[in-house]
Design a protein. Sequence first.
Length: 362
Amino acid sequence: MITLIIIIGLIVLILAHEFGHFIAAKIFNVKVEEFGIGYPPRIFGKQFGETLYSVNWLPLGGFVRIHGEDKDEEEETHEKDETLDSLRSERSFATQALWKRAVILIAGVTMNMLVGWLIFSGIFATGIPAHLAIAEVAKDSPAYAAGLVANDFIVGAHLGTVVLNDPIHSEDFIAAMKKAAGSSVSLTVLHEGKEKTLSILSRANPPEGEGSLGVALSDVGVEKVPFFSSFGRGFTATITLFWLTLKGFFSLVIGLFSSPGTAMADVAGPVGVFSIATQTGKMGLVYLFQLIALISINLSVLNLIPFPALDGGRVLFLIIEKLKGSPVSSKTQRTVNTIGFAALILLMVFVTIHDVGNILHK
């Protein structure tokens, strides 16, 4: 069930992105030739008005085919003068004002931001129960030997003379553990919806940075707010996370040049994201939706990058057009985008191998 929700969630995020391009084109009366769910080969399609709505065999998202978006290529495939006239018509993407083309290109990013905002708003409206979560477990530690794993919740603890009950705050837990270090402690843990109680002998002199149990802790939970206030809180969270993601991306780029190995250790591709989402889903559906919102914001940042084959790269061509006073030729754009797309595929393959390696070594 969790796997199905993850797949549907990721597909919806990509379709939402494409729907942004679609609706912006419709608003500006630019002809949309096809809106596809998945990628060809086509299973079936239905024409509504001037747009073909298709369902395709590769369920990896979707696409929008906008009339005149690749004018030179279409001109090469049509010889009739009336077709060329149509391509140069007022409803062609290529003949739109520069600002309209930019809005159509950026609309996908905007839609992903909107999806993230709505999900976060819903989370603030419903709230998430506060818990003390285990974020990471060090190998060969007492917690590891006891069977604790990341995403378990600590809902009860007997630490020497101190008794803590859910919700437990990390500061209280750490302070009590320091006093109980070297003794046996009892933890009640929520693992995949089921409670279990464990007795663990903590370490008096743990390795540096691990603590007596060998766990990294995280306070999770969201306070429920009134319905209308939730939209303001959701908007603030969306903008904050967008900014932090943007900063994180630039830090990653700098790290790739200064310390490639360390930088890549924090990068997750499709396999890594799926693995993380699966683990998060075991904490509860609300946490999974929270992750999907975060992924949606990450997609916004990724597509804004001025890199060939991404929306940001296409907007960069528009900026160059504005500066030089004439469009960059479609042939040049196609060449650059093809090279950029190939580079993205190679990067995805590399990151996927990295993800699989991480999973196998866990």
